[in-house]
Design a protein around this ligand. Structure first.
Ligand code: UDP
Ligand code: MG
Length: 139
């Protein structure tokens, strides 16, 4: 598949544990180019808006609390087949089910505090990226 973009966040458990640099190394080592990146912290309202698609799911309240509990690193990544390849690099949502060698297998604490976010489609990658970055910030 041609070059495309995905969106990631290094989540609060990973920034708090000091794993940000190691995770960025893994991402670059897997062939992704960083097109934009920022260290920031979500307010509760920001987290509610970002995860609005999950508003009806039972874990939504906890997810919003967790995602606003400490800083995150948001980034836009480019690579051939970026969306699918990045999902493969991070592994399953539940780290207990994540394949060995994936970022979640190595760094995630739990199904909620699972170290990284990765967009699930080109469409959502564009929507999620635009949540954090304006067009001037994108190379
Ligand atoms: N999540 C959770 N409990 C669950 C499922 C998901 O706390 O049972 C959290 C987890 O942080 C996950 C996020 O909600 O990464 C979004 O869920 P999704 O199903 O989209 O998983 P992902 O696409 O991140 O693998
Ligand atoms: Mg998802």
């Amino acid at each position: 598949m041609a070059t495309n973009r995905t969106f990631t966040m290094i989540k609060p458990d990973a920034t708090a544990a000091g794993n940000t640099g190691k995770i960025i190394d893994r991402i670059i080592g897997a062939g992704f180019t960083i097109k934009a990146m920022k260290w920031t912290q979500l307010s509760k309202a920001d987290a509610e808006a970002f995860y609005a698609v999950h508003a009806e799911r039972p874990f939504y309240g906890e997810l919003v609390e967790y995602m606003s509990s400490a800083p995150i690193v948001a980034a836009i990544l480019e690579k051939d087949n970026a969306v699918a390849d990045f999902r493969e690099l991070i592994g399953a949502t539940n780290p207990a089910e994540a394949a060995p060698g994936t970022i979640r297998a190595e760094f995630a604490e739990s199904i909620a505090a699972n170290a990284v976010h990765g967009s699930d489609s080109d469409e959502n990658a564009a929507i999620e990226g635009a949540f954090y970055f304006n067009t001037r910030e994108l190379a």
